[in-house]
Design a protein around this ligand. Structure first.
Ligand code: ZN
Length: 503
């Protein structure tokens, strides 16, 4: 049995004034053929799951392209054409394929195609034909569309945010396609959308009402007639007309049941819409609360500066306040040093020496302006390390040049590449024991939780400015269908409500 595999990862924040060109792909990850197997063997990721399953079930995995540009602005036509062509050329050459097993993030947007995946799946079908099974795994933040349903037999998406089940979903996707090829199942699916948009905080699956939604999904998945259920939170920042939460129920030859269950789950999301509203803490209050807490670590989440949602991750509002309030025994990171000037200056000064650097605000003026900071260079590092944590165990990371500046006890981490701290091992590579710190401030909306929850005395979501803010009304939406919950008051059916989109 021979299964072709390909990966395109893109999560588009159209409001980020930077484009994902080929260089951006190459900086993130653009690898081919056997290199993919070598990189992802033993990695607890979607593709790591495909590889392990291929060994267990004895099928051959034919790797083609692994292209990652997550998360950033729109993909340039040139970059998309190149990646697509590399995949299609290899698919054409591959002979006697029994199926196609993909990993696709699902929030892709190119200069030409707002529904990138719809185009990608369609083009791939033209090459491999309509007869063989095609299954794709997806990130939870996928904007599933009707177009995808025409080409894909089964979508298998994350059940978690933070995404700690990517490996298991990889195994599941491989199991399903093998059963299809052996004619053991005949997938029939129903696809529905709930007309609302969800902020990053609202999509945290460790919080009600998503906890309850997934309890129900797992109950239903235990039924023999149900092959798999994929709920997705959607990624509104693509600014497509319907970046809504979706549910796809796949049953074994029972379309009526699929329809029934999909509608039940969609109704659950809609009926609980008020429960998805979240309210972060004002910056000054959050810093004071963390500073004066009896016991640490207190995690301050700079939720609007999440690079995983395509923000610049170089915001200075929280950092500035932490300096103002003389936060000690604290860490903040990782701040993206886009032009590398601060990093280079720190390297030039050398460890132990004092420097004054301009940091942050190097992409736009939405995350707080550039800030001048003075401190001592504590560490200079090449940023290469191996993940140990719950999200990327066994994955080799490269954050580029990384420096730590000690600002009177506040350790500021600057990296050459954008990143979220989702693994305690990262701190430890910096010589920092996170458990001993009073404050851990992270540029992340939700992913930090998987690693930080077990050690945090308290987690505070901070109301910072930036492109991943839950203040959804503040974005210059152009294509989003209106009215939409929770942007437009007429979509609220409660007499009294206080939207978190209020200024
Ligand atoms: Zn995601």
């Amino acid at each position: 049995m021979r299964l072709l595999t390909a990966t395109i990862v893109h999560e588009c924040n159209v409001f980020l004034p930077l484009k994902a060109d080929l260089e951006h792909f190459r900086n993130d990850q653009l690898i081919f053929d056997q290199e993919i197997i070598d990189f992802y063997t033993n990695a607890k990721t979607f593709v790591g799951g495909f590889i392990d399953k291929s060994k267990e079930l004895g099928f051959e995995l034919i790797p083609t392209v692994y292209a990652n540009a997550s998360a950033f602005g729109v993909i340039t036509k040139e970059a998309y054409d190149y990646v697509l062509n590399e995949i299609l050329t290899r698919a054409e050459k591959a002979k006697d394929i029994d199926g196609v097993l993909l990993f696709t993030h699902g929030a892709g947007y190119t200069e030409e195609y707002p529904d990138m995946e719809g185009h990608y799946f369609r083009e791939l079908r033209k090459v491999v034909g309509s007869e063989i099974p095609m299954v794709s795994t997806f990130d939870w933040h996928a904007n599933h569309t009707e177009e995808w349903q025409k080409h894909l037999d089964v979508p298998v998406g994350n059940d978690t945010y933070p995404h700690i089940d990517s490996y298991e979903r990889g195994l599941e996707g491989a199991d399903i396609i093998v059963k299809m090829i052996k004619d053991e199942i005949k997938p029939t699916k129903a696809f529905v959308k709930a007309p609302l948009i969800l902020s990053a905080q609202a999509q945290y699956t460790g919080r009600y009402p998503l906890t309850e939604l997934f309890d129900r999904i797992h109950q239903l998945e235990a039924r023999e007639e149900v092959v798999t259920i994929t709920a997705a939170g959607g990624f509104p920042w693509c600014d497509v007309p319907e970046p809504w939460p979706t549910v796809t129920v796949t049953t074994d030859d029972d379309p009526k049941l699929a329809e029934e269950l999909a509608n039940e789950l969609k109704d659950f999301i809609w009926d609980h819409r008020m429960d998805f509203l979240v309210k972060p803490m004002p910056i000054a209050k959050a810093v004071e609360t963390a500073r004066t807490a009896e016991k640490g670590p207190i995690v301050l989440a700079d939720i609007a500066n999440n690079p995983g949602w395509g923000s610049a991750a170089d915001g200075t509002a929280l950092l500035g306040e932490m300096i103002n309030q003389k936060s000690e025994n604290a860490v903040i990171g990782s701040l993206w040093d886009r032009d590398r000037k601060a990093i280079e200056k720190a390297i030039e000064a050398g460890v132990g020496n004092q420097v004054t650097l301009t940091v942050g605000g190097k992409v736009d003026d939405l995350h707080g302006g550039p800030l001048e900071v003075t401190g001592r260079v504590k560490l200079i590092w090449d940023g290469k390390w191996l993940g140990k944590g719950p999200m990327s165990a066994g994955v080799s990371h490269d954050n580029g040049y990384t420096v730590v500046i000690d600002i009177n006890g506040l350790l500021l981490v600057l990296t050459e590449k954008r990143m979220q701290i989702t693994d305690l091992q990262f701190y430890r590579c910096l010589g920092i024991e996170p458990k001993d710190k009073q404050i851990l401030a992270v540029y992340s909306s939700v992913h930090y939780r998987a690693a930080h929850d077990p050690i945090a005395e308290r987690i505070i979501e901070v109301d910072t400015p930036g492109l991943a803010s839950p203040r959804l009304a503040g974005y210059p939406w152009q294509h989003l269908k209106r009215p939409i919950f929770p942007l437009d008051p007429e979509t609220f059916d409660m007499v009294e409500w206080k939207s978190m989109t209020d200024p």
